[in-house]
Design a protein around this ligand. Sequence first.
Ligand SMILES: Cc1cc2nc3c(=O)[nH]c(=O)nc-3n(C[C@H](O)[C@H](O)[C@H](O)COP(=O)(O)O)c2cc1C
Length: 221
Amino acid sequence: MTIREAIDARHSVRQYLKRPIDGAVLNALQNEIAACNAESGLNIRLVQNDPDAVKGLWASYGAFENADNYLMLAGPDTDDLYRLAGYWGERLVLFSETLGLSTCWIAGSYKKGRVKKTLNDGEALAAIISIGYAAKPGKPHRSKTFKQVTDVEGDAPDWFRAGVEAALLAPTAINQQRFRFTFRDGKATVRPLSGPYTLIDLGIVQYHFEIGAQKPIDIEQ
Ligand SMILES: Cc1cc2nc3c(=O)[nH]c(=O)nc-3n(C[C@H](O)[C@H](O)[C@H](O)COP(=O)(O)O)c2cc1C
Protein backbone atom coordinates (compact mmCIF):
# COMPACT_ATOMS: atom_id res chain seq x y z
CA MET A 1 0.00 0.00 0.00
CA THR A 2 1.39 3.41 -0.92
CA ILE A 3 0.95 6.46 1.31
CA ARG A 4 -1.53 7.87 -1.24
CA GLU A 5 -3.51 4.61 -1.02
CA ALA A 6 -3.37 4.87 2.78
CA ILE A 7 -5.15 8.24 2.49
CA ASP A 8 -8.12 6.47 0.85
CA ALA A 9 -8.03 3.48 3.22
CA ARG A 10 -7.74 5.39 6.53
CA HIS A 11 -10.74 6.07 8.77
CA SER A 12 -10.70 6.70 12.51
CA VAL A 13 -10.99 3.48 14.51
CA ARG A 14 -12.05 3.59 18.16
CA GLN A 15 -12.50 -0.14 18.88
CA TYR A 16 -9.37 -2.26 18.89
CA LEU A 17 -8.46 -5.91 19.44
CA LYS A 18 -6.70 -6.74 22.70
CA ARG A 19 -3.53 -7.58 20.77
CA PRO A 20 -0.02 -6.20 21.16
CA ILE A 21 1.66 -4.70 18.09
CA ASP A 22 3.62 -7.47 16.30
CA GLY A 23 7.42 -7.42 16.55
CA ALA A 24 8.32 -6.57 12.94
CA VAL A 25 5.52 -4.00 12.70
CA LEU A 26 6.60 -2.48 16.00
CA ASN A 27 10.16 -2.20 14.74
CA ALA A 28 9.11 -0.46 11.54
CA LEU A 29 6.88 1.93 13.51
CA GLN A 30 9.61 2.77 16.03
CA ASN A 31 12.05 3.47 13.18
CA GLU A 32 9.58 5.81 11.50
CA ILE A 33 8.92 7.62 14.81
CA ALA A 34 12.69 8.09 15.23
CA ALA A 35 12.97 9.43 11.65
CA CYS A 36 10.10 11.89 12.23
CA ASN A 37 11.63 13.10 15.50
CA ALA A 38 15.06 13.55 13.90
CA GLU A 39 13.59 15.65 11.08
CA SER A 40 11.08 17.68 13.10
CA GLY A 41 12.70 18.21 16.49
CA LEU A 42 9.58 16.75 18.14
CA ASN A 43 9.70 14.04 20.80
CA ILE A 44 6.89 11.74 19.67
CA ARG A 45 6.77 8.46 21.58
CA LEU A 46 4.77 5.28 21.49
CA VAL A 47 3.14 4.25 24.77
CA GLN A 48 2.07 0.62 24.95
CA ASN A 49 -0.19 -1.16 27.42
CA ASP A 50 -1.69 1.91 29.06
CA PRO A 51 -5.43 1.22 29.00
CA ASP A 52 -6.25 4.07 31.38
CA ALA A 53 -5.45 7.10 29.17
CA VAL A 54 -8.64 6.81 27.15
CA LYS A 55 -10.78 4.24 28.98
CA GLY A 56 -14.20 5.23 30.22
CA LEU A 57 -14.29 8.51 28.32
CA TRP A 58 -17.01 9.02 25.76
CA ALA A 59 -16.41 10.66 22.45
CA SER A 60 -19.30 11.94 20.37
CA TYR A 61 -18.98 8.87 18.14
CA GLY A 62 -18.89 6.22 20.87
CA ALA A 63 -16.60 4.81 23.49
CA PHE A 64 -13.04 3.74 22.83
CA GLU A 65 -12.36 0.04 23.40
CA ASN A 66 -8.94 -1.50 24.05
CA ALA A 67 -7.20 1.74 23.07
CA ASP A 68 -4.19 0.51 25.06
CA ASN A 69 -1.48 1.90 22.77
CA TYR A 70 -1.05 5.47 21.68
CA LEU A 71 1.40 7.97 20.25
CA MET A 72 2.15 10.98 22.43
CA LEU A 73 2.64 14.03 20.19
CA ALA A 74 5.05 15.89 22.43
CA GLY A 75 7.68 18.44 21.60
CA PRO A 76 9.25 21.76 22.58
CA ASP A 77 6.59 24.15 23.90
CA THR A 78 6.64 26.59 20.94
CA ASP A 79 3.96 28.46 18.96
CA ASP A 80 4.30 25.99 16.09
CA LEU A 81 3.90 22.81 18.18
CA TYR A 82 0.27 22.16 17.17
CA ARG A 83 0.81 22.44 13.42
CA LEU A 84 4.01 20.38 13.62
CA ALA A 85 2.23 17.70 15.66
CA GLY A 86 -0.48 17.59 12.99
CA TYR A 87 1.99 17.26 10.13
CA TRP A 88 4.29 14.66 11.67
CA GLY A 89 1.52 12.82 13.53
CA GLU A 90 -0.38 12.37 10.26
CA ARG A 91 2.75 11.06 8.57
CA LEU A 92 2.81 8.38 11.30
CA VAL A 93 -0.95 7.74 10.93
CA LEU A 94 -0.62 7.04 7.20
CA PHE A 95 2.57 5.01 7.65
CA SER A 96 0.76 2.94 10.33
CA GLU A 97 -2.08 2.29 7.88
CA THR A 98 0.42 0.75 5.44
CA LEU A 99 1.53 -1.57 8.28
CA GLY A 100 -2.05 -2.79 8.87
CA LEU A 101 -2.56 -0.65 11.98
CA SER A 102 -5.55 1.60 12.58
CA THR A 103 -5.56 4.92 14.41
CA CYS A 104 -7.65 7.74 15.85
CA TRP A 105 -6.50 11.27 16.62
CA ILE A 106 -7.54 12.27 20.16
CA ALA A 107 -7.09 15.87 21.26
CA GLY A 108 -10.06 16.13 23.61
CA SER A 109 -11.29 12.84 25.02
CA TYR A 110 -8.31 11.53 26.96
CA LYS A 111 -6.95 11.95 30.48
CA LYS A 112 -4.60 14.84 29.79
CA GLY A 113 -3.29 15.33 33.32
CA ARG A 114 -2.34 11.69 33.54
CA VAL A 115 -0.55 11.54 30.19
CA LYS A 116 1.20 14.89 30.70
CA LYS A 117 2.91 13.61 33.84
CA THR A 118 5.48 11.90 31.61
CA LEU A 119 6.51 15.11 29.77
CA ASN A 120 10.04 16.45 30.17
CA ASP A 121 10.80 20.04 31.22
CA GLY A 122 10.09 22.51 28.41
CA GLU A 123 7.85 20.04 26.58
CA ALA A 124 4.15 20.31 25.78
CA LEU A 125 1.66 17.77 24.48
CA ALA A 126 -0.53 18.60 21.45
CA ALA A 127 -2.63 15.42 21.30
CA ILE A 128 -2.41 11.65 21.32
CA ILE A 129 -3.21 9.12 18.57
CA SER A 130 -4.59 5.70 19.53
CA ILE A 131 -3.05 2.91 17.50
CA GLY A 132 -3.67 -0.82 17.12
CA TYR A 133 -5.47 -3.58 15.27
CA ALA A 134 -9.07 -2.66 14.44
CA ALA A 135 -11.88 -4.67 16.02
CA LYS A 136 -14.43 -2.66 14.07
CA PRO A 137 -13.50 -0.85 10.86
CA GLY A 138 -14.02 2.90 10.58
CA LYS A 139 -16.14 4.45 7.87
CA PRO A 140 -15.75 7.35 5.43
CA HIS A 141 -16.57 10.77 6.89
CA ARG A 142 -19.03 13.21 5.40
CA SER A 143 -16.98 15.72 3.45
CA LYS A 144 -17.14 19.29 2.25
CA THR A 145 -16.70 19.80 -1.50
CA PHE A 146 -13.69 21.19 -3.39
CA LYS A 147 -15.65 24.40 -3.94
CA GLN A 148 -16.45 24.84 -0.26
CA VAL A 149 -12.81 24.78 0.81
CA THR A 150 -11.05 26.65 -2.02
CA ASP A 151 -10.52 30.13 -3.43
CA VAL A 152 -9.26 29.77 -6.96
CA GLU A 153 -8.18 32.48 -9.36
CA GLY A 154 -8.56 31.26 -12.96
CA ASP A 155 -8.18 27.54 -13.65
CA ALA A 156 -6.64 25.41 -10.94
CA PRO A 157 -4.05 22.92 -12.21
CA ASP A 158 -4.54 19.17 -11.74
CA TRP A 159 -1.88 18.99 -9.01
CA PHE A 160 -3.79 21.57 -6.93
CA ARG A 161 -7.04 19.61 -7.33
CA ALA A 162 -5.26 16.35 -6.41
CA GLY A 163 -3.83 18.02 -3.30
CA VAL A 164 -7.19 19.38 -2.14
CA GLU A 165 -8.89 16.04 -2.81
CA ALA A 166 -6.31 14.31 -0.57
CA ALA A 167 -6.85 17.03 2.08
CA LEU A 168 -10.62 16.44 2.06
CA LEU A 169 -9.95 12.82 3.10
CA ALA A 170 -7.91 13.95 6.11
CA PRO A 171 -9.09 13.55 9.70
CA THR A 172 -10.04 16.85 11.37
CA ALA A 173 -11.30 17.55 14.90
CA ILE A 174 -15.07 16.86 15.03
CA ASN A 175 -14.80 16.46 11.23
CA GLN A 176 -14.94 20.24 10.98
CA GLN A 177 -12.73 20.67 7.88
CA ARG A 178 -12.13 24.31 8.91
CA PHE A 179 -9.42 25.19 6.40
CA ARG A 180 -9.20 27.15 3.17
CA PHE A 181 -6.95 26.46 0.18
CA THR A 182 -6.09 29.30 -2.20
CA PHE A 183 -4.61 29.15 -5.70
CA ARG A 184 -3.39 32.54 -6.90
CA ASP A 185 -0.53 33.66 -9.20
CA GLY A 186 0.42 30.03 -9.72
CA LYS A 187 0.88 29.50 -5.98
CA ALA A 188 -1.00 27.31 -3.49
CA THR A 189 -1.53 28.32 0.13
CA VAL A 190 -3.61 26.96 2.99
CA ARG A 191 -4.85 28.68 6.12
CA PRO A 192 -6.85 27.59 9.15
CA LEU A 193 -10.30 29.00 9.98
CA SER A 194 -11.50 29.40 13.56
CA GLY A 195 -12.46 26.31 15.54
CA PRO A 196 -11.09 23.86 18.11
CA TYR A 197 -7.67 22.38 17.27
CA THR A 198 -7.58 23.92 13.78
CA LEU A 199 -3.78 24.31 14.01
CA ILE A 200 -3.41 20.54 14.40
CA ASP A 201 -5.85 20.09 11.51
CA LEU A 202 -3.73 22.55 9.48
CA GLY A 203 -0.62 20.38 9.81
CA ILE A 204 -2.63 17.27 8.95
CA VAL A 205 -4.12 18.75 5.76
CA GLN A 206 -0.74 20.23 4.81
CA TYR A 207 0.68 16.68 4.83
CA HIS A 208 -2.26 15.25 2.87
CA PHE A 209 -2.02 18.06 0.29
CA GLU A 210 1.69 17.41 -0.23
CA ILE A 211 1.08 13.69 -0.80
CA GLY A 212 -1.81 14.33 -3.20
CA ALA A 213 -0.18 17.19 -5.13
CA GLN A 214 3.41 15.96 -4.89
CA LYS A 215 4.33 19.59 -4.18
CA PRO A 216 4.82 21.61 -1.00
CA ILE A 217 2.28 24.25 0.01
CA ASP A 218 2.71 27.62 1.73
CA ILE A 219 1.07 28.13 5.11
CA GLU A 220 -0.76 31.28 6.16
CA GLN A 221 -1.50 31.46 9.86
C1 LIG B 1 -7.03 17.21 15.90
C2 LIG B 1 -8.05 16.12 16.06
C3 LIG B 1 -8.61 15.86 17.30
C4 LIG B 1 -9.54 14.83 17.48
N1 LIG B 1 -10.01 14.56 18.75
C5 LIG B 1 -10.85 13.51 18.93
C6 LIG B 1 -11.28 13.17 20.24
O1 LIG B 1 -10.92 13.83 21.23
N2 LIG B 1 -12.12 12.11 20.38
C7 LIG B 1 -12.52 11.35 19.31
O2 LIG B 1 -13.27 10.39 19.51
N3 LIG B 1 -12.14 11.67 18.05
C8 LIG B 1 -11.31 12.71 17.84
N4 LIG B 1 -10.87 13.01 16.56
C9 LIG B 1 -11.28 12.19 15.41
C10 LIG B 1 -12.28 12.93 14.49
O3 LIG B 1 -13.55 12.93 15.09
C11 LIG B 1 -12.30 12.27 13.10
O4 LIG B 1 -11.03 12.37 12.53
C12 LIG B 1 -13.32 12.92 12.19
O5 LIG B 1 -14.63 12.68 12.65
C13 LIG B 1 -13.21 12.43 10.74
O6 LIG B 1 -13.37 11.04 10.67
P1 LIG B 1 -12.25 10.12 10.04
O7 LIG B 1 -10.99 10.31 10.83
O8 LIG B 1 -12.78 8.70 10.16
O9 LIG B 1 -12.05 10.52 8.61
C14 LIG B 1 -9.95 14.04 16.36
C15 LIG B 1 -9.39 14.32 15.11
C16 LIG B 1 -8.44 15.31 14.95
C17 LIG B 1 -7.81 15.55 13.61
